[in-house]
Design a protein around this ligand. Structure first.
Ligand SMILES: [Zn+2]
Length: 346
């Protein structure tokens, strides 16, 4: 969300305490707006990671790795709900504050849409109306723009939907910058931030779609070392020394029974001396299918804090994907995309 600050605090006989209170009201309203996004997000399965407060407003950062967990229909509805939650909080505050104000002081003039430290309660009402309304402008990545993007995404490829929302957002951003030049520096700044924000969102959508389109069979390691549960830790360490792998699948016959990392082997050796892999290995692991996407593997790795995922085909181990290997292949993918782009341009 973004805050449009009105000029009014600059004039009028200022009282430091009241000005401070007004700043507190603005700050509080921004935080509550972001909390609205965060709570609805958490409630609908997209964990908020952080709320960042900028000089022009706040941003709620969600855990993007979870964003596409459920496909299609649910996603756009959920995105709309999350986007609307922020402005809704502000309108609710404005409504309640206006109600209280009218009840306590009937006949008080509410109709002055400026922030004024001499009239804190009225400012509380108006700052919230401003924050709510301004954020509903369809200028991606502001809340209204997010709603628009979600509506596009109903029947469009998500990258195309984002791109379309981004162009509209950047048109607004340019307009803000231009309008701001006629005396409102704040609006110019909002325009600049909005422009950059839209750009970043577009980039992350493209990245996400690459992750979705690459399959595990394209990047999994097929040449890898395995351990047996009956191996001693000393043996395991020997194998680890001769391989570049940090993580090993543990196999009994043709069954996967666990995973173990080089680090864990070392730790166990140091702590308890030699023993068996069986006793130390991690039995909780996730398996992935050959045809699963890179994005899905990434979610599995990060959500359960794993560093290796065995890839199976008809219950047979055909490869492994490790965090280390994922990082490498993503860097390679990015490079090859750049090269392809350069080829197209030349
Ligand atoms: Zn918002």
């Amino acid at each position: 969300m973004f805050v449009l600050f009105t000029e009014s605090t600059a004039r009028s006989g200022m009282n430091a305490g009241r000005v401070l209170a007004l700043v507190g009201i603005v700050f509080g309203s921004v935080v509550l707006h972001e909390l609205g996004h965060a709570l609805v997000g958490a409630h609908s399965g997209v964990a908020p990671k952080a709320i960042i407060l900028l000089p022009i407003g706040g941003v709620t950062v969600f855990d993007e790795t979870q964003r596409h967990l459920e496909p299609g229909v649910l996603t756009w509805k959920r995105d709309i709900l999350i986007a609307l939650a922020g402005p809704l909080v502000n309108f609710l505050i404005a409504f309640v504050a206006a109600g209280v104000l009218l009840a306590v002081m009937p006949g008080v003039p509410l109709w002055s849409p400026y922030l004024n430290s001499a009239n804190l309660f009225r400012s509380l009402v108006w700052i919230n109306i401003w924050i709510g309304a301004f954020n509903l402008l369809p200028a991606y990545p502001m809340d209204g723009g997010k709603v628009l993007r979600a509506l596009f995404a109903r029947r469009m490829d998500p990258v195309v939907a984002t791109r379309r929302a981004v162009s509209i957002g950047q048109a607004f951003a340019t307009l803000f910058m231009l309008l701001g030049m006629f005396g409102n520096l704040w609006l110019t700044m909002v325009g600049v931030f909005l422009f950059i924000g839209a750009q970043l969102e577009e980039r992350s959508a493209v990245f996400q779609s690459v992750l979705e389109s690459v399959l595990l069979e394209d990047i999994m390691l097929t040449d890898f070392a395995t351990l047996s549960p009956a191996d001693t830790l000393e043996d395991a360490l020997q194998k680890a020394v001769h391989s570049l792998q940090d993580d090993f699948p543990v196999i009994r016959g043709s069954d996967m029974v666990g995973v173990i990392s080089r680090q864990k082997i070392l730790q166990a050796l140091r702590a308890e001396g030699n023993g068996y892999v069986q006793a130390v290995m991690n039995r909780i692991f996730e398996v992935a299918q050959k045809k699963e996407s890179l994005a899905s593997a990434f979610r599995k790795l990060t959500s359960r804090n794993l560093s290796i995922i065995p890839v199976v085909e008809e219950e047979r181990l055909v490869g492994i994907v490790t965090l280390q290997n994922l990082m490498h292949s993503m860097a390679l993918l990015a490079e090859s995309r750049k090269l392809r782009k350069a080829e197209l341009n030349s």
